[in-house]
Design a binder for this molecule. Sequence first.
Ligand code: NIG
Ligand code: FE
Length: 414
Amino acid sequence: MKQDNNHTLIGPFKQLVTMAGLPQAGPIVDEELEVLENAGVLVYDGHIVLLGRYDQLLNIAQEKGYSLQKVAEPMVLLPGLIDAHTHICFAGSRANDYAMRVAGKTYLEIARSGGGILDSVRKTREASLVELVELLRKRCDRHLTEGVTTCEVKSGYGLTTEEELKMLEAIQLVNNHHALELIPTCLAAHMRPPEHTDSRLYLQEVVTQLLPQIKEQGLANRVDIFIEDTAFNEEDSLEYLNAAREMGFEITVHADQFSTGGSRIAAEAGAVSADHLEASAAAEIALMREASVVATVLPGASLGLGMHYAPARKMLDGGLCLAIATDWNPGSAPMGDLLMQAALLGAAEKLTSAETLAGITVRAAKALNLSDRGTIEKGRLADLIAFPTDNYREILYQQGKLKPTKVWKRGIEV
Ligand code: NIG
Ligand code: FE
């Protein structure tokens, strides 16, 4: 029999949690989770071509001469995790800010006194492209070993045309050589840069100078803005987002972190997602549902700032599609552990295991408008992670301390 090394059968897995067939939005009960026992996955050209009972797949594989990747210990297989919101392209540390914050100063006070985001802007501008690539690459290494196979990364610490392009180039360079797949987002509208006195004029400059270059060089398809008292107001933001959308960018918004208003703009601008939402209540939830905006909550920012979580339970009960992301950044969310943060949010907000796991897989894919991943299904990317346990419930029960020991990106074990 001719050997076919292009097809590979991976398994057996004690449990295979497909995350397939779940409702796109609203509550999910655990009984809706599809859990296959003693299962395997057949992979070809980076995609899943077949899944099911391992012994049956093994017969096919042996008949056709497919290669086998045997899993010796009992393991649980999940789709690769998706972190739909990060700022991991940055230089410097804000450990001093953090110490001030836990000693009682607020995030906004530190920002107003010249610390905060602008401190990271200074250090990121000072870093060379090569230094930035190296820093980002190391953070990607860590994320990948912790089971994240797709990760959104924002610019936003450059705040000039040249420096924002440098950040997006760093993201592209790492993306070209790393198994962790990066989804770049332009966050030039993170804050008004110190060189500008007029926020509106700065945003117009971004629209006329930076965004066309990003399009031309294919550096990002997504545009984000931080709507808040200390950042951009609602009116300027809507004008900016409408212009970006008309240029063909997908829209996402930092919304309702401390005060409401951003989620309304996200809905009006046709955003794919609104992120943060710690301050959102029933009215905001209703607006997001009507406009089919994915709610991406960021428990890492709540943990980093010592503030309450976004009302995730109310969002699900209000019919929203809930994604959970780390917001990994040097200021408000330095931890960057997606699984741990999702587990902690789930415990505090009373989310079902299915809701929490969907928030970091299939619903996180929706937050990034990606339909080729987030579930283990025929035709999807073979982004897979395996945990050394025989019961999927151990994963959230151990609150992030149980890590995957095997990770596949597009069918290749990394
Ligand atoms: O999502 N809220 C605004 N931006 C980031 C924080 C970035 C920073 O503090 O450096 C956030 O929390
Ligand atoms: Fe953020």
